[in-house]
Design a protein around this ligand. Structure first.
Ligand SMILES: [Zn+2]
Length: 318
C-alpha cells in the first residue's frame, strides 16, 4: 500500500477544515509521537552504545536531553527564533535534564545547535517523518470516512482494548493501519482463549454437542418454532445463555442481531437498556457470545454499513 503524503500547505488546509476538538487531538498526538520518537532514538542509542562500549560519555551526554515541545507559529515568525536568530515557523525546544539548559532551534539547525552526532540526528529526523506520515494517514482516513471501528464493537466491556485505540475512538479519530493490525492480533488471541474456555466448561465438549444439534435440524424451521425450544423463564443471562438462545433463533431463520435483541428483550426478559443510538446494550454481548463460533467457522456474519446491524448465518447456509 503506497503511503499518502501531503505538503505542509495541504496538511494545514485539511487540519483547518476539522472541528477544533479533532484538530487539537491530532496536533497533540503529533507532538506526543515526536517526543516519543526522540526519546526512543536516544534510549536505543544508549543500549547500543553500552553493548559496543563506545564513547559512553558522549552517549550519556546525548541522553540527557528531552524534547519538551514543538511550537507551531503558523507562519515564519520572529517570535519563535532559532538559537542563531533566524525566524521559524516550527520551533523545537529541548532541555538538558542535568543542567536545565534549554535550546530552541529549527530542524535544519538541529545538529549545529544541539551537537548530537549526525547519525543520531538522522535517526530522530526519520522518526519525526514517520509521525508526520501517520498524521497524513489520519487526515486522509477522515476525509474518506474510513474509521475502522467495526472491530472494537465486538469486544466485551471488561476486555482490555488498548488505550491508544480507545482514545482515538473517543475523539472520533480513525484507527491507524498499525493499530488495526494490532487489534486484529489481540482479538484473535482473545477469541481463541474464549473458545478454549467454552470447551473446558462444557463436560461433553460444547462445540460437538452444538454440531450434533445442528445436523438434527438440517431443515430450517419456521420462526415460531423457537418458542418450543426456548425456556421462557430465564433469570440469569450469561455468555452461554446468550449463545444458546441466539443459536436457536438463528436456526429459526432469524439472522439479524437487532431482531435477536428485540426477541430476547420482549419475550425472554433480557436487559432492555438501549444506547442513545437506539442499539440494545445486549447487542455486543450476543456477538461476543457467538465469537467462538465465528472463529471455529460454524457461523459467519455480514456487517451492514455503519454497523447498523449484523446478520449471522450458518456457514453452509450461504
Ligand atoms: Zn539556527
Amino acid at each position: 500500500m503506497s503511503k499518502i503524503t501531503y505538503t505542509i500547505e495541504e496538511r494545514d488546509q485539511r487540519l483547518a477544515e476539522l472541528s477544533s476538538t479533532k484538530r487539537n487531538f491530532l496536533i497533540e498526538n503529533l507532538k506526543r509521537g515526536k517526543k516519543t520518537a526522540f526519546a526512543n532514538v536516544l534510549a536505543h542509542q544508549k543500549s547500543k552504545g553500552i553493548q559496543d562500549e563506545a564513547s559512553l560519555e558522549e552517549i550519556e551526554r546525548t541522553m540527557e536531553w528531552e524534547l519538551l515541545d514543538i511550537v507551531d507559529s503558523g507562519y515564519v515568525n520572529p517570535e519563535t527564533p532559532c538559537e542563531c536568530g533566524r525566524s521559524l515557523r516550527y520551533q523545537y525546544i529541548v532541555q538538558n535534564q542535568n543542567t536545565n539548559q534549554i535550546k530552541k532551534f529549527g530542524i535544519v539547525h538541529f545538529e549545529e545547535h544541539v551537537g548530537f552526532p549526525p547519525h543520531i540526528i538522522k535517526a530522530i529526523k526519520l522518526g519525526f517523518t514517520a509521525i508526520d506520515y501517520e498524521l497524513d494517514e489520519l487526515l486522509n482516513k477522515i476525509s474518506c470516512g474510513d474509521y475502522g471501528y467495526e472491530e472494537i464493537e465486538y469486544f466485551p466491556q471488561d476486555f482490555d482494548v488498548p488505550l491508544d485505540i480507545l482514545n482515538h475512538k473517543d475523539n472520533e479519530i480513525p484507527l491507524l493501519q498499525r493499530q488495526r493490525e494490532r487489534l486484529k492480533r489481540v482479538r484473535q488471541q482473545f477469541e481463541q482463549h474464549s473458545l478454549k474456555k467454552r470447551f473446558e466448561k462444557r463436560p461433553h465438549g460444547g462445540l460437538l454437542q452444538f454440531q450434533e444439534k445442528r445436523t438434527q435440524n438440517t431443515l430450517p424451521f419456521s420462526k415460531s418454532t423457537y418458542k418450543a425450544k426456548l425456556n421462557p423463564n430465564i433469570t440469569n443471562w450469561t455468555q452461554e445463555t446468550y449463545a444458546d438462545y441466539s443459536i436457536i433463533l438463528i436456526q429459526s431463520g432469524i439472522t439479524s442481531v437487532n431482531e435477536i435483541c428485540e426477541i430476547l428483550v420482549a419475550e425472554y426478559g433480557a436487559n432492555s437498556q438501549r444506547y442513545s443510538t437506539g442499539r440494545y446494550a445486549i447487542f455486543s454481548d450476543i456477538l461476543l457470545s457467538l465469537s467462538p463460533f465465528f472463529s471455529s467457522g460454524n457461523l459467519t456474519k455480514t456487517i451492514e454499513p455503519g454497523m447498523r446491524d449484523v446478520r449471522v448465518y450458518f456457514k453452509d447456509d450461504i
